[in-house]
Ligand binder design. Structure first.
Ligand code: ADP
Ligand code: MG
Length: 737
């Protein structure tokens, strides 16, 4: 067996052509990007713009900051800020803001005008290097999970030069946005960006050790985590959205009887896109292009009214910032088309929910995708080390991966008979599964080939066949030259799951590198290396193959089989989140300097708190709607039925059937009344106590009472005259045209 690797002399992997990543978070300007900028006039202070507008030496020094994290001095910052200001003013910007991602799951911004009084009754525009590099927002109203008392309100935002500055246009104004990290005045990370950047450092450092062992590290200074996020979403007519308090307050329907036409006909997926929707999509895409977000794909999704948008992948940090812009832009542009964009994981009961597939890989700064198996995969030992490191990471830290996607909203997907299950497993496909089997026996000797598909008609070409089918049911699937983490929820920020992924893989690469370094020693020796790799991979596969599963993840058999294999199955989020700050996990985050104990504990706290708040808002909304809309409608219907019985009897006709119908209906309404009372009790019994106890109360008492109320209300809906029903129905909302 000879060793071929993803060496630096090899050609860059084909997937990296469009956006070659050449440094921490910075895309190499290339012809594609230039074309996009020509067509759409990008509002991005891109590398190209910098090159045009900055003195050569300043540009070079800034590149060194971006690529190698060199500190920025005040003089340099002043020059860059002045150039940014000029550029922004030319493009109509009036204000600037530090743009950051606190632990709310949203972005935050506080605008300052460029205008400053000149002391002589006039005004000048001003933007100093100091204002570019550091901000000081009052941080006391952002979630901190106990990290910062309100009397320590000071927080800092710090410019993240690795993510491009952009101009946000909204409501007729333009604002210069500077992506920043957000920390407390004691330096504790209060956002999603700081840990993500730290985790990228960690995985880079460990991956470089592996490249060094294989001697493929020449010219490589950094390994970058790359991410491409497919966003699923629903569209409903804006009039319907505003007519429903549940959509307004919770972004999901808390009531609604099943429509006769759901997704049975399977006619929506990849179907032709309705005119109003495609007009919305293309406008959203244009805005995103202008912001530098490389949108690529759009299509109808499985459920009626459901769609998807996906960009070309970028370095994880930039992809994560851009993903926030995607969510924001979809929402904003939808309004202009009389639509509302719903990002919730499960807006409609009985209809598929929405996810956000996080495609993830590792790439050298020279553009080599380290998860590209190449043709003769069995000989590509370096790839196999990276592959097995991921397998080991996912098995060892399945709890963390599960916790990284836990939320009240995602509970409606994971573990609820929907894609994907809450059990974390890896799908490898036929070719890799076969190689893994060979490796377990001590060494791989062959690679299954896909061959050609003959379509049986002369006019059609023979097409190459993949070596494995797709598997839509796996939470974590190898898809050709990257992994796809499918359990991520549609409304989530991807920064957090990406942080976890980078960290757990860093841990595994550390393990592999240590083993190999020990066995191979300082001097490169191919025979020794081969033997060491074979031994390592065999041992990893023996220990962790339980996490590999290529079958149907929806089935009951898999749940039984997974239990037999000892795989954790956190069906709901409270249990999953409670594992976040375990000793194993705190040690892991500390070891790779991604999060301190305090920072892990605060995140567990914030996520549990969010769970509680989200469910309680839903419960209170359900009560208001139940009491002021649904029950009154039900009673009007009851009155009509009763009047019909009385009128029928008064007319001396046989009223017995009408009377039976009335009696049966009164039962249905009584169920509704009781269900309201039960939910009210559960909500009033909500107590503050210890956060985990509180979350469990909400899970065990409030949620079931909400579900029961929904069932009762949906039963009433099917009996009430449509002119009496106060809410837009599923039938109406899901037929978006
Ligand atoms: P599918 O629907 O089959 O999963 P899509 O084309 O919709 O495929 O999405 C695939 C996503 O994966 C895109 O965003 C793509 O840019 C991204 N991707 C491709 N290669 C990589 C990579 N090396 N690292 C991260 N993401 C990648
Ligand atoms: Mg996908």
């Amino acid at each position: 067996m000879s060793i071929t690797t993803n060496g630096t002399n090899g050609k860059a992997s084909h997937t990296l052509h469009a956006y070659r990543v050449d440094g921490l978070g910075q895309r190499q300007s290339n012809s594609h990007q230039e074309r996009v900028e020509e067509i759409f006039g990008a509002d991005v202070f891109s590398e190209r713009v910098m090159q045009q507008r900055l003195p050569k030496d300043v540009f070079k020094r800034l590149q060194r900051t971006i690529l190698h994290g060199e500190p920025i001095d005040a003089a340099l910052a002043d020059i860059v800020a002045a150039a940014m200001k000029e550029w922004a003013l030319e493009r109509g910007a009036t204000h600037y803001t530090h743009w950051f991602q606190p632990l709310t799951g949203l972005t935050a911004e506080k605008h300052d005008s460029f205008l400053t009084p000149d002391g002589h009754g006039g005004a000048i525009t001003e933007f100093s290097g100091g204002a570019l590099v550091q901000g000081e927002p009052d941080a006391s109203s952002f979630p901190s999970g106990g990290l910062r008392a309100t009397f320590e309100a000071r927080g800092y935002t710090a410019w993240d030069a690795t993510s491009p500055v952009f101009i946000n246009r909204n409501g007729g104004t333009a604002t210069l946005c500077i992506p920043t990290a957000f920390v407390s005045w004691t330096g504790v990370a209060l956002d999603t960006k700081v840990p993500l950047l730290r985790s990228m450092d960690a995985v880079s450092e460990q991956a470089l050790r592996i490249l060094k062992v294989f001697g493929t590290d020449q010219g490589v200074t950094r390994v970058l985590a790359t991410a491409g996020c497919e966003q699923e979403y629903f569209l409903v007519d804006r009039a319907h959205y505003f007519a429903r308090e549940d959509l307004l307050a919770c972004d999901r329907t808390l009531f609604g009887a099943k429509p006769p036409k759901g997704q049975q006909l399977e006619d929506h997926y990849f179907g032709s896109i309705p005119t109003r929707v495609i007009a919305f999509m293309s406008e959203a895409e244009r805005e995103l292009y202008r912001l530098g977000v490389p949108i690529k794909t759009r299509h109808n999704e499985v459920a009626p009214g459901q769609f998807e948008i996906a960009p070309i992948f970028e370095t994880a940090n930039v992809a994560s910032d851009h993903q926030m812009l995607v969510m924001e832009t979809l929402r904003r542009v939808a309004a202009r088309h009389g639509l509302a964009c719903i990002l919730h994981e499960k807006p409609f009961k009985g209809i598929n929910g929405s996810g956000k597939h996080l495609n993830w890989s590792l790439s050298t700064n020279t553009g080599v995708n380290l998860l590209d198996p190449r043709d003769e995969t069995h000989t590509n030992m370096q790839f196999l080390v990276f592959l097995c490191a991921v397998i080991r990471a996912v098995d060892t830290h399945a709890d963390l991966l599960r916790a990284s996607v836990a939320s009240a909203a995602n509970d409606h997907r994971l573990g609820a008979n929907e894609a994907p299950p809450a059990i974390i497993s890896i799908y490898l496909g036929d070719m890799l599964s076969n190689i893994v089997e060979q490796l377990e026996k001590g060494g791989a000797k062959s690679t299954i080939k896909g061959g050609k598909l003959d379509l049986g008609a002369h006019a059609l070409p023979q097409i190459p066949r993949h070596t494995g089918d797709r598997n839509r049911t796996s939470p974590f699937a190898f898809t050709g030259n990257k992994f796809e983490f499918r359990a991520v929820g549609s409304s989530q920020t991807v920064g957090w799951p990406a942080t976890i992924l980078n960290t757990i893989v860093a841990d595994s690469l550390d393990y592999c590198a240590t083993q190999l370094e020990k066995k191979v020693g300082q001097k490169f020796n191919e025979a020794k290396l081969q033997a060491a790799v074979r031994g390592l991979l065999q041992q990893i596969i023996k220990k962790h193959k339980r996490v590999i599963f290529d079958g149907d993840g929806y089935t009951e058999e898999w749940h039984r089989e997974a239990a037999k294999r000892g795989l954790p199955n956190f069906r709901e989020s409270v249990a999953a989140l409670a594992t976040l700050a375990s000793k194993k996990n705190i040690d892991l985050f500390k070891r790779f300097r991604v999060l301190t104990r305090q920072e892990v504990e605060s995140r567990e706290h914030i996520l549990l708190e969010k769970y509680i708040k989200q469910v309680m808002i839903e419960a209170e909304t359900a009560l208001v709607m139940g009491k002021t809309q649904i029950l009154p409608a039900a009673i009007r219907q009851q009155t009509e039925l009763a009047e019909a019985v009385a009128a029928t009897a008064a007319a001396d006709a046989d009223a017995s059937e009408a009377r039976n119908a009335l009696d049966a209906y009164i039962q249905t309404v009584n169920h509704l009344r009781n269900a309201i009372a039960t939910l009210e009790e559960a909500v009033n019994g909500d107590h503050d106590g210890e956060i985990l106890v509180h979350a469990k109360h909400v899970r065990d008492h409030v949620r079931p009472a909400m579900n029961a109320l929904r069932d009762a209300a949906d039963a009433v809906e099917t009996c009430v005259a449509s002119d009496l029903w106060p809410l837009p129905t599923y039938r109406a909302m899901l037929s978006i045209k």
